[in-house]
Ligand binder design. Structure first.
Ligand code: AR6
Length: 180
């Protein structure tokens, strides 16, 4: 798949990821995988206690890795859990770890034959990653994966806050302009 085709499969949307009727939603988790605040808390509340039960069996997950569970009471069939990096100034491998979170989530999605996936903006809340840089890493990593693996999937970048929504819309527009 070329970049133009990959880009045409990307959607930016405002809203709550727990409401998305997709094959998989991605959770910006922490290494315990036992829930927390932000999008993680919202996903666990909406999925119900069975999600926590399954997460307990996984034995945690390092920053940048990913694990998959069922979606339980969510409209999504699966949840892909990935703890992004905690931002500590940018010189502690944060960019690489964030890239790994997106890449490993896409890898699991492809292995499970997922055709639609929704991502929140990983690490840009409690974990403090600068939003513009995080957006570029998210979009570039997902596009690279679709191209290099020839993976035909619809990717929704779902934004909770106006600031991230604008950043994503502007970046996608810029990429589209560059291809014309
Ligand atoms: N739907 C979509 N996006 C959301 C939602 C939602 N329902 N709720 C929040 N966001 P954060 P992190 C956005 O803090 O920075 C947890 O406690 C939010 O606006 O949820 O990766 C975990 O357990 C922001 O843009 O995740 C970890 O301890 C983005 O989701 C830690 O927070 C990510 O914000 C992970 O921190």
């Amino acid at each position: 798949m070329n970049k133009k085709d990959a880009l045409s499969r990307i959607i930016v949307k405002k809203g709550d990821i727990t409401k998305e009727k997709v094959d998989a939603i991605v959770n910006a988790a922490n290494p315990t995988l036992l829930g927390g605040g932000g999008v993680d808390g919202a996903i666990h509340r909406a999925a119900g206690p069975e999600l926590l039960e399954e997460c307990r069996t996984l034995g945690g997950c390092n920053h940048g890795e990913a694990r998959i569970t069922k979606g339980y009471r969510l409209p999504a069939k699966f949840v892909i859990h990935t703890p992004g990096p905690i931002y500590r100034g940018g010189k502690n491998n944060e960019a690489q770890i964030l890239q790994n979170s997106y890449k490993n989530s896409m890898k699991l999605a492809k292995e499970h034959n997922i055709k639609t996936i929704a991502f929140p903006s990983i690490s840009t809340g409690v974990y403090g990653y600068p939003k513009e840089e995080a957006c570029k890493i998210a979009v570039d990593t997902v596009l690279d994966f679709m191209e290099s693996q020839n993976y035909d999937v619809t990717v929704i970048f779902i934004q909770f806050d106006d600031e991230n929504y604008k950043i994503y819309c502007d970046y996608i527009e810029r990429l589209k302009d560059e291809l014309h």
